[in-house]
Design a protein around this ligand. Structure first.
Ligand SMILES: Nc1ncnc2c1ncn2[C@@H]1O[C@H](COP(=O)(O)OP(=O)(O)OP(=O)(O)O)[C@@H](O)[C@H]1O
Ligand SMILES: [Mg+2]
Length: 99
């Protein structure tokens, strides 16, 4: 959340940002959305000037490290939404229905 919000402040030129927190006993989902300039992920990944910029890669990597998943949805001119979804119980427990 900290990195996503700092990106909004530094890059988005947004007039609106929303932060959603959706939490239940099995999962935690955070959504950060802005109405700013947006960007193209592939272009950023290919830009040699940004190879040492690790903010977004860090978000995705940290989500994976705790068994979750991060998603970046962004389009030029259409704003950016970042969703991080983290399971709070392991998958076997869910499969066997014991909580
Ligand atoms: N919310 C956003 N709105 C518009 N552009 C964004 C947004 N978030 C990221 N970007 C673009 O994606 C690039 C990569 O973001 P990332 O957080 O990985 O690096 P950074 O913010 O440039 O540097 P660092 O986070 O390492 O200090 C940014 O430089 C910017 O061009
Ligand atoms: Mg950043």
């Amino acid at each position: 959340m900290q990195e996503a919000l700092s990106n909004v402040e530094r890059h988005a030129k947004a007039t609106r940002v929303t932060v959603g927190l959706d939490i239940d006993p099995t999962r935690l989902k955070v959504t950060i959305g802005d109405n700013g300039v947006g960007f193209d992920m592939d272009t950023v990944l290919r830009d040699p000037e940004k190879w040492d910029h690790f903010g977004i890669r860090g978000i995705l990597e940290r989500a994976r490290l705790v068994g979750g998943e991060g998603k970046i949805e962004s389009k030029k001119g259409r704003g950016t939404t970042i969703v991080v979804d983290i399971p709070l119980v392991n998958k076997e427990t869910i499969a066997h229905g014991k909580n």
